[in-house]
Design a protein around this ligand. Structure first.
Ligand SMILES: [Zn+2]
Length: 354
């Protein structure tokens, strides 16, 4: 647990026992304290321990702020309520229903990610509905000596919010736009996600940041971005556009889903400039593939104008065994829509060659 700016602490939630994948942030105010994104269910214990070693008791945490409902951000909520029944869970109004009915969030994650990874999420406690508070764009959370402003930034998910700490000029982005892991030299990886990724919203949300006075961008995946807002926006926009073009090309080539992931992965590792053997094995071999799978599902759902994903898709088995065998995704399948090869949004000539 590290103080990044006055009263702002980064807590590595050590998801899957790994460092530098998922960050939580504690903001300690004079009157109240807030924890942003408590992480997976399995991370609750570790985070509470880390708080303790800094002399902070769970009873001193007044708010859990969820930047969005995804389980890697919200999963530990129920466990925190168990330890501190007074804690309020703040989430954008678009998804407070899901947080109150947490089994739906767990079910969604199980549809996307491979079994072994899901095991590592841990078992989520339910969240008592009376602890959940719905947020709106422009809401302010008063911590005494500082006020946190809620900025609705849909795209990655319809409920994603950024939190701006006026006092420190710190912006907590949630999963807006891109992932950038220190172990991959901060290469920007677009954070698509099925089934509700909205690429146009994502870009509009990025533009909203332009006018904010921000000195520090703090991401969950992972840590301080270390760039200006302008750079963050530009790099994110470029990564989104490039990825979209790459997917279009791969689609035209007739590449299968799993092969698309492998190509995107190879490009990212190359762009990081790091030799493969220097990248932590779990990130390199498992986590990056799973993140790219979710991202690609999100992009395809958007580009094919066919959300929600994967319901509505008919998939044909290619008979080819992929490296992610046993996966719940669509590895080793062609995507077929209504009996026809899928077409991309805004591209009437594209069709898979096989
Ligand atoms: Zn997310």
């Amino acid at each position: 647990m590290k103080e990044i700016r006055e009263g702002i602490y980064l807590i590595d939630s050590e998801a899957f026992g790994q460092r530098n994948l998922i960050a939580s942030y504690l903001i300690k105010g004079r009157k109240a304290s807030a924890l942003i994104d408590p992480g997976f269910p399995s991370s609750a214990k570790g985070i509470i321990e880390k708080l303790k070693t800094k002399g902070i008791s769970i009873s001193e945490i007044d708010y859990l702020i969820l930047t969005h409902f995804h389980i890697d951000h919200s999963g530990a909520s129920g466990a925190f309520v168990k330890e501190n029944p007074e804690i309020k869970i703040l989430v954008h109004k678009r998804s407070s229903y899901y947080v109150k009915n947490f089994a739906k969030i767990v079910g969604g994650a199980q549809m996307v990610f491979r079994k072994e990874l899901v095991k590592g999420f841990g078992r989520a406690d339910t969240v008592p509905p009376e602890n959940v508070v719905s947020l709106n764009d422009g809401d302010e959370i008063d911590l005494g000596d500082r006020v946190l402003k809620v900025i609705h930034t849909p795209g990655h998910s319809p409920d994603n919010i950024c939190i701006l700490d006026w006092k420190e000029g710190a912006l907590f982005t949630g999963d807006l736009a891109c992932l950038q892991y220190p172990d991959l030299n901060h290469v920007y990886i677009p954070a698509g996600s099925p089934p509700l990724f909205e690429l146009n919203d994502e870009k509009a949300s990025l533009s909203v940041l332009e006018n904010l006075q921000v000195e520090e961008i703090l991401t969950p995946h992972f840590g301080p971005a270390g760039v200006t807002v302008r750079e963050f926006i530009d790099r994110s926009m470029n990564a989104i556009d490039e990825t979209r073009e790459k997917i279009k090309d791969m689609f035209r080539e007739g590449l299968e889903f799993q092969h698309m992931i492998e190509r995107l992965r190879a490009d990212i590792i190359r762009a990081s400039g790091r030799p493969e053997e220097e990248i932590p094995g779990f990130l390199r071999d498992v986590y990056l593939r799973e993140m790219l799978k979710a991202g690609l599902m999100g992009f395809l759902a958007f580009m094919l104008e066919y959300a929600p994903y994967p319901r509505g898709f008919t998939v044909q088995k290619t008979g080819q065994r992929s490296r992610l065998d046993g996966d719940r995704g669509i590895a080793g399948h062609h995507i077929i829509l209504d009996g026809h090869p899928a077409r991309l949004r805004g591209d009437h000539h594209a069709s898979p060659s096989r």
